[in-house]
Design a binder for this molecule. Structure first.
Ligand code: SF4
Ligand code: SF4
Length: 295
């Protein structure tokens, strides 16, 4: 199995459109497994239109809850909570209550409540799915708003995808990574052979690129860069290219600004399935050739 993860130092650099387009090309000659590791905003399925075949509940961390019938409103829980998750009584609420989004599940309040009026339980934080797409099996997930542990959910999704690759033998795992450099990105990168970093020629491009490169290299993953909407700022594009040459990072190619990408998204298709002759489709074909030579 070869594992390719598509990343970006920040959101909105065309990462998911690129992943879907690469899936469209790669599936022609390879057995493909796909993972959408952007569990906080999963949208690869919009472009792949998969059919869900299995669904699993994802259990998150602990959350505290106050038994209002027993609570004497002594306020101890509010004093011990370091996360300001205990909300005092107000004109609307007569009792102390817990804001589940702020609660970190540390259980301090549970131990300190003098009358044991607080319980703490693990909650359903989301779900993950196995789906059938025309390009291969897709593993994806949905994290409930305000829930944490998205890194753990990414690991769950990826482990299931890796297991599927193991069953299929020779295959490629294509991972649509989350934006940024946080814990879910690290989980999405784990074990990858190549990180394709999608960047755009904006003012923070080099800064974002530097941060994601540090993350990727820390985990011993080979990075490569492609520049999306490369023609919107030719000076910045040149700057990114010079940076990559100096830092010995393979440049996979440039993708020009192309209205066909937006049109393909509204149709729910990878751009090269929507219009193979579009400038972006042609550029992405070249990028796939460069990717193939690196794995
Ligand atoms: S510590 Fe217990 S009794 Fe006191 S306010 Fe909190 S929940 Fe109520
Ligand atoms: S479990 Fe911890 S974070 Fe949650 S309300 Fe209690 S003290 Fe605060």
């Amino acid at each position: 199995m070869k594992q390719i993860v598509i990343l970006s130092g920040k959101g909105g650099t065309g990462k998911t459109s690129l992943t879907a387009a690469l899936a469209h090309i790669a599936a022609d000659k390879h057995t493909l497994v796909l993972a959408d590791a952007d569990v906080d905003a999963a949208n690869l399925e919009i472009l792949l239109k998969p059919e869900k075949t299995e669904e699993f509940i994802f259990i998150g961390g602990y959350k505290a809850e106050i038994d209002k019938d027993r609570c004497t409103n002594c306020g101890v829980c509010s004093d011990v909570c370091r996360f300001s998750a205990v909300i005092p009584p107000s004109s609307l609420e007569k009792n102390y209550r817990i804001d589940r989004i702020s609660c970190e599940g540390c259980n301090s309040c549970v131990y300190q409540c003098p009358i044991n009026a607080i319980t703490s339980e693990r909650t359903t934080a989301g779900a993950w799915f196995v789906s059938r797409s025309v390009y291969g099996t897709l593993y994806h997930a949905e994290m409930k708003a305000g829930e944490e542990n998205s890194g753990k959910l990414v690991t769950t999704v990826k482990n299931a995808a890796i297991k599927k690759c193991g069953e299929l033998g020779e295959s490629i795992l294509l991972v649509d990574g989350p934006p940024g450099i946080g814990c879910p990105v690290i989980a999405a990168c784990a074990g990858a052979d190549l990180a394709v970093i999608s960047t755009e020629p904006g003012v923070s491009a080099i800064h974002d690129l530097t941060r994601i490169l540090e993350t990727v290299r820390h985990f011993g993953i080979t990075p490569a860069v492609c520049i999306n909407r490369s023609d919107i700022n030719p000076d910045k594009t040149r700057e990114i290219e010079e940076f990559c040459i100096e830092d010995k990072i393979p440049l996979l190619g440039r993708i020009p600004y192309d209205p066909a990408v937006t049109r393909s998204m509204s149709k729910g298709l990878p751009v090269n399935a929507f219009d193979p002759s579009a400038p972006s489709s042609i550029a992405i074909s070249g990028i796939w050739k460069s990717v193939s030579s690196l794995i």
